[in-house]
Write a protein that binds this ligand. Structure first.
Ligand code: UD1
Ligand code: PEP
Length: 437
C-alpha cells in the first residue's frame, strides 16, 4: 500500500495542465473494439485504470502501439474469445468500472460479449440494469451467473428500436450506443446521458462511419451501418481534475493557472465554484486563480442555505462533490452537500471532522458544512483514502492543514490522477510518496 506524507501549509504557485479525461478514455478505448482498422488515441492519461484497460485489451488480442508518451494505437483485428472465459480475464476486468464497456462493442461486432462484475469505486450500489435491458431491447439474450457474477450477452443480428432508459447512466448509454451503431435499422435512445464523455464517444464513432444524431442531448438517434473504420481521436482535458485544482487552489491560498481546460466543456463547474465565492478568471482557454484568503458561500435568493447537489449532465457531476465539500470547510458561510446518486460517498467526512472541520453528516447522502472562514486551521492527521475523489479531497485537506498528515492507500488516488504528487510538488506542494507503507 502506498502512502503520502503531506506537509500542510505550502501554497502552490505556477501553471498546471490537466491530464486527459479518465472517464472519456475508458469509453474511447473500448470503442476501438468496433473496428479491425487502426484507431489512434491522443492525450491518454497514464493513470492506473486506463493502463489496466489497455493491458486488458492487449490480452484480448488487440494489437496495441505506443508511439508517443500520451498516444496509443489500437488494432482489434481478432479477439481471443477463449481468453474471455479465462480466470485471468475475470480477474483483470473486475478491477475497474470502465471494463463494463467492453461488452457493447463485442456484441455489436461479434454477436457475443462477456464481462465479470466490474470494479471501480466502492461508493454504494452500482447497478448495471440499464446496460443489459438496453442490449435485450436490441434483441440480445442475456445471462447472469449469480455464482460467479459473470454477465454474458449473445445476439446477431441486433435490430434497432426505440428505448427509454430507466436512468441516464453514463457507461450504460455509452455501452448501448456502441452496441447499436451496427444494428439493423434505427435505434432511438431517450433519457440518454450526455456528459462530454458520451458526446466525445459519439463524435468519434461518427468519424468511424457511424450515423448518430442528437449528440449532447438526451435523445440520440442511431442509424445502423454495416461496419466502422479507423480514426484518430484526442481526449478532452479531465474536467474532474480541473475542478479538483480549482478547489485545491482556493483551499491552500494558492495562485495558479490551469492551462488548456477546454472551458466550454466544463459545463456548470466554474459557475458552481463561483457560487462558493471562489474567484477565478477565464484567460483564453486557461483558468487563472488568484490567491484568496477568504471566500464566501452565497445563500439562495430567499436567504436560505445553499445546496450543492449532483445531477446528470448538464447538472453538476457527482465526482466533484467531495472537492466542494472539503473546500467549504474553510469558506465563510454554510452549505448543504447533497450526494443524490451514490449512497456511500460521504463517509470520509469523519476524517475531516477529526481534523477540526465543522460538518454534520445528516444521513448517507447529505452533509452540512459550516465554514471556518480560516479562523481555525484543520489539524494534520493520519487517514486512508476510501475512493478516488474522497482521496483527493483528503489530500486537499492535508495540504491546507497545520502539520504533517499521512494518507494511506493512495493507489485509489492514482486510479484517477496522473503523478499527482510529482505535478503538485512542481508547484510547491510538499508531498512525499512512501511505497509499501
Ligand atoms: C467510468 C465512469 O465513467 N464512471 C462514471 C460514471 O459511472 P457509471 O456509468 O457507473 O454511473 P451511472 O451513470 O450508471 O450511475 C451513477 C449512479 O447514479 C445513479 N443515477 C444515475 C442516473 C440517474 O438518472 N439517476 C441516478 O440515480 C445510479 O443509480 C448510480 O448509482 O458516471 C458516474 C455518474 O456521473 C460517475 O460518478 C463515474 O465517475
Ligand atoms: C466514480 C469514479 O470512477 P469509477 O466509475 O471508475 O469507479 C470517479 O471517477 O469518480
Amino acid at each position: 500500500m502506498a502512502t503520502f506524507e503531506v506537509e500542510g501549509g505550502a501554497p502552490l504557485h505556477g501553471e498546471i495542465t490537466p491530464q486527459g479525461a479518465k472517464n472519456e478514455a475508458l469509453q474511447i478505448l473500448c470503442a476501438t473494439l468496433l473496428t479491425p482498422e487502426k484507431v489512434t488515441v491522443r492525450n491518454v492519461p497514464a493513470i492506473v485504470d486506463v493502463l489496466q484497460l489497455i493491458e486488458l485489451l492487449e490480452k484480448m488480442g488487440v494489437k496495441v502501439g505506443h508511439p508517443a508518451e500520451d498516444t496509443y494505437t489500437f488494432e482489434a483485428r481478432e479477439i481471443d474469445f477463449g481468453y474471455l472465459q479465462s480466470e485471468d480475464y475475470r480477474k483483470r476486468a473486475a478491477r475497474l468500472r470502465g471494463s463494463v464497456m467492453i461488452i457493447g462493442p463485442l456484441l455489436a461486432r461479434f454477436g457475443e460479449g462477456y464481462i465479470p462484475k466490474p470494479g471501480g469505486d466502492k461508493i454504494g450500489r452500482r447497478r448495471l440494469d440499464t446496460h443489459f435491458i438496453g442490449f435485450q431491447k436490441l434483441g440480445a439474450r442475456f445471462d447472469f451467473d449469480t455464482g460467479t457474477c459473470f454477465y454474458s450477452v449473445e445476439g446477431k443480428p441486433l435490430r434497432g428500436c426505440y428505448m427509454l432508459l430507466d436512468e441516464a447512466s453514463v457507461t450504460g448509454t455509452a455501452n448501448i450506443v456502441m452496441a447499436a451503431v451496427m444494428a439493423e435499422g434505427t435505434t432511438t435512445i431517450y433519457n440518454a446521458a450526455c456528459e462530454p464523455y458520451v458526446q466525445q464517444l459519439c463524435r468519434m464513432l461518427n468519424r468511424m462511419g457511424a450515423r448518430i444524431s442528437g449528440i449532447a442531448s438526451n435523445l440520440l438517434t442511431i442509424e445502423g451501418v454495416k461496419e466502422l473504420h479507423g480514426t484518430e481521436h484526442t481526449l478532452l482535458p479531465d474536467m474532474i481534475e480541473v475542478g479538483s485544482f480549482i478547489g485545491m487552489a482556493a483551499m491552500t491560498q494558492s495562485e495558479i493557472t490551469i492551462k488548456n481546460v477546454s472551458f466550454d466543456n466544463l459545463g456548470i463547474i466554474p459557475a458552481q465554484f463561483a457560487r462558493m465565492g471562489i474567484r477565478f478568471e477565464q484567460r483564453g482557454d486557461d483558468i487563472y486563480i488568484p490567491r484568496q484568503d477568504h471566500y464566501e458561500i452565497e445563500s439562495f435568493i430567499d436567504g436560505s442555505i445553499m445546496t450543492i447537489a449532483d445531477a446528470t449532465w448538464p447538472g453538476l457531476t457527482p465526482d466533484l462533490l467531495s472537492v466542494f465539500l472539503v473546500v467549504a470547510t474553510q469558506a465563510k458561510g454554510s452549505v448543504l452537500i447533497h450526494q443524490k446518486m451514490f449512497e456511500s460517498r460521504l463517509f470520509f467526512v469523519d476524517k475531516l471532522i477529526d481534523m477540526g472541520a465543522q460538518i454534520i453528516l445528516c444521513d448517507p447522502h447529505r452533509a452540512t458544512v459550516i465554514g471556518h472562514d480560516r479562523k481555525v486551521r484543520l489539524r494534520a492527521t493520519r487517514m486512508t483514502s476510501p475512493d478516488i475523489r474522497a482521496g483527493v479531497a483528503l489530500l486537499i485537506a492535508a495540504m491546507s492543514a497545520d502539520g504533517r498528515s499521512v494518507i494511506q492507500n493512495v493507489e485509489q488516488i492514482d486510479r484517477g490522477y496522473q503523478n499527482i504528487d510529482g505535478r503538485l510538488n512542481a508547484l510547491g506542494a510538499k508531498i512525499k510518496r512512501l511505497d509499501g507503507c
